[in-house]
Design a protein around this ligand. Sequence first.
Ligand code: SF4
Length: 287
Amino acid sequence: MLFYDQVHMDVYRTHDQHIVETVVFAGTNYSKTLISVTNQIGCPVRCDFCYGHNFPYARNITADEFVQQVSGALEENPLVPWYDPERPVKVGFQRAGEALLNKHFYDGFEKIAETYRSSFQLTTVMPNSDVSVKTMEKMREYLSKYHDTFQINVSMHTTDELKRKEMMRGFNHLMDFKEIAEFGEQWVREIRKRRIDLSFVLMEDNEVDFGKIKEMFDSKYFSIRFAFYLPSSEETARLHVPSDHERMYQKSREARELGYHCVQSHAGPVEGKWDTRPFSALKFLRG
Ligand code: SF4
C-alpha cells in the first residue's frame, strides 16, 4: 500500500513518549506543498468544538521538534511518492496547540525560515500573554525583512465576544476585539505582507454580525474567511449545529458589500475524504 495521493499524516513519538502529528498536503490540487505542524502537546485553549479537549495540555513543542516536523516531511520520507521538490513550501502552524503560547515557537519558526525559506501560515486565537506579546515583537522585526508571506488567521468563529471567550474555555487571557483590530493595523502597516484573515467556522448558534465587524475592523487590514463546521465528535455535534451553504453565501455577500475581501473555504479533495483537523491522527490511534 502507498499513502493516499495528496495527503500524508506523519505521527512522531517524542523522547518522552508523546505523540505528535504532522500533515502534508501536496499534489496537483495544491499550488504549494503545505506542511501543517503541531504547536503544543495537548492544547491549553480547549475550544469546546475541538477534539483536543480530550487531550490535556502536557508541554510545548521545542524549537528542534518544530524543525523536525518539517524536515521529516520534506527530507526523510521515502513513502511520499507525490512530493515535488520543485513546488514551493508553506508551513502552517495550525495543528494541535496555540503557537503564540509556546515560548519556543519563535526559535522554531526562525530555524525553519532560515533553512527552508518557505512561506508561512499561523492560525491563532490571539492570546494576550507575556509569551505572545514578546513572540509577536520578535516576529515583527524578523518578518519586516523576510522575503515571503506570513499569513495570520485569527480564529473568531463569532462576533459575540463573551460567547467566543466561553467557547475557548481553557484560556482566559484573549485579546479583545479592539486589541485585535489595533494589532492588525500595526502589523499590516509594518510587515506589508498581506491582510489578516478573520476566520469564522460557521455554526448555527454563533452570531456573525457585520455591523460589529465594520465598526471595529478596517477592510484595509482585515479580510474575512468562512469555513464549514464539521463536528469532530458526537459530543461537539451536540454543542454546535453546522450552518448550511445558504448562510455561508449570505454572509459572504454581506462581507463583500461592506468592502471586505472574502474567501469561502470548501473542503478540498483531501479534506472531503479525510479528517485532517487538529488531533485527527490521535483520534485514529485511539480507534
Ligand atoms: S481549535 Fe486550536 S486552539 Fe482550539 S482547542 Fe483545538 S487546537 Fe486548541
